[in-house]
Each structure stands twice: as structure tokens, then as C-alpha cells.
Design a protein around this ligand. Sequence first.
Ligand SMILES: [Zn+2]
Length: 162
Amino acid sequence: MIKFFRKRPEREIDKIIIHCSVSDYATRKWFFNLHVIENGWSDIGYHFLIMNSKSKPAKTLLKLNPEHDGRIVWGRDVEIAGAHCRGDNKTSIGICLVGIDLFSARQIYSLITLIEEFKFMYPNIKLFGHYEMESGIKQGKTCPNIDMNWLRKQCRITNEKT
Ligand SMILES: [Zn+2]
């Protein structure tokens, strides 16, 4: 298991919300420019970014960078509420997959690994896609363009009330 945390974050966290960048290509700087420079937010809106093979220019003829594929990059400090889902930022973690509606196996592997780590720290944590949340429904979002029932099954998360 990849270890991201020395200790459980102190902020109260009860859910993870998954997003996608709705772009083929993105770097941490790309998110920073969009959220901090353009939107004027204090930091990147998501806590984690999961890169794809297009996230960094490759030196190879393939124009894909397999080393970058599935790489988990820090966005905002997990101790601080994100800016990714209006009304649900305070108690959630926001994870953004780089891509539109096609994600690589490495990205999905990294996503599940990250979710598993939160599940270890918060056994009753719930898992949602942005499109399932009130603000996402209002905005007609399909983000992250993944079947969340499938993802919850992979992570053995039922979202049942405890
Ligand atoms: Zn979203």
C-alpha cells in the first residue's frame, strides 16, 4: 500500500467525491492556473490529481508518458476543505482524474489505492461521483463519467448509513 499519511487528517471527513478534469491533458500547473490564477481561489480545488500519460510531454515518439500515467499528485492540503463540490466541501475529500471519459488502468488502480487508504483511516467513509451530489445534479454534471456503483463495488463501499 502506498502511504500518503503519517497520521489521520484532523478535519472531519465522511466522504470522498470523485471528479474528472474534462480535458485530455492537465498538469498540476494547469489546475493551478485555472483555480488560483483564473478563479482567484486560495489553492487548487481538489486534494488529489491522478495524472494520465498525456499529463507531461514525453521524450518518446509515442507522445505518451507511461511514467506519468496513474501518478498521484497532491493538490490542496487534506486538512483544508476543498473547492470542488458546493455544499459538500467541508467534510469531503476531492479527487480529480485527468481525462474526459476514458481513464487508464493505471489511473483506476491509483484511484482505488487512494480510496482504500482513506477507507483504512475512516472505515465508514462514503464514496460519490460529482454527478450524484446535490450541486452536481443542479449543474447537470456527468463528472467523473465513471459508473460509481461499479467503483463502489471495487472499493467495497456501500454508502449505507451507519
Ligand atoms: Zn466534478
